[in-house]
Design a protein around this ligand. Structure first.
Ligand code: FES
Length: 191
């Protein structure tokens, strides 16, 4: 067929009903590999995401799980002479004591960890001593060691009277008697 200018025209197929076309072999392969590739990329993306999350978790400090390092333990009036407060031990690992050290009345915080191998000591009210259940070390209420294999006294934590009138213990800072550190005024509150 020719147009009005005498040019031959290509025959265009007439529009007709939509008839499903049988898939070619190439089409099937492309479809299969395309889907597999997609799944592979999704899996790779998920694995990368998990790895990044795990890395971030490892690198970032575990702030939520850590107990606070400074804790308020009440006003000095809560600590009459001879008092050994045990309620902060389970969570913070300290005994808060109104005791006597070298003839001076003080309130101080002792770490409950035994200085032998680190077991948690137990306060025995009747005996007025801290006793380690692991190998039998004993410590007086002032923390001084008197029996068993522990090589030195219990350690003190920093303590101070805060501006709100409460005693505040900093469990991140410790003081050792055998090094003369119990003379440091940060290691006790004079009463
Ligand atoms: Fe306390 Fe050994 S850990 S005596």
């Amino acid at each position: 067929m020719a147009d009005p200018n005498g040019q031959a025209q290509t025959e265009q197929p007439a529009a007709g009903p939509c008839v499903p076309v049988a898939p070619t072999r190439r089409g099937i392969l492309a479809s299969v590999f395309g889907t597999a590739f997609g799944w592979g990329m999704s899996a790779l993306g998920a694995a990368t995401g998990l790895w990044a999350a795990a890395t971030a978790r490892f690198l970032m400090p575990n702030a939520l799980a850590e107990p606070p390092r400074r804790i308020k333990v009440g006003p000095p009036a809560d600590y009459p002479p001879g008092k050994v407060e045990t309620r902060f031990q389970p969570q913070h690992g300290i005994w808060v004591v109104h005791g006597v050290y070298r003839n001076r009345r003080q309130i101080y915080a002792l770490r409950s960890a035994c200085t032998h191998l680190g077991c948690i000591t137990i306060w025995q009210e009747n005996e007025q001593r801290f006793k380690c259940p692991c190998h039998g070390s004993g410590f007086y209420a002032d923390g001084i060691h008197f029996e068993g294999p522990a090589p030195r006294p219990l350690e003190r934590c920093a303590i101070r009277l805060a501006s709100d009138g409460q005693l505040e213990v900093d469990i991140s800072k410790t003081f050792q008697e055998e090094l003369g550190q119990w003379e440091d005024p940060q290691s006790f509150v004079e009463v």
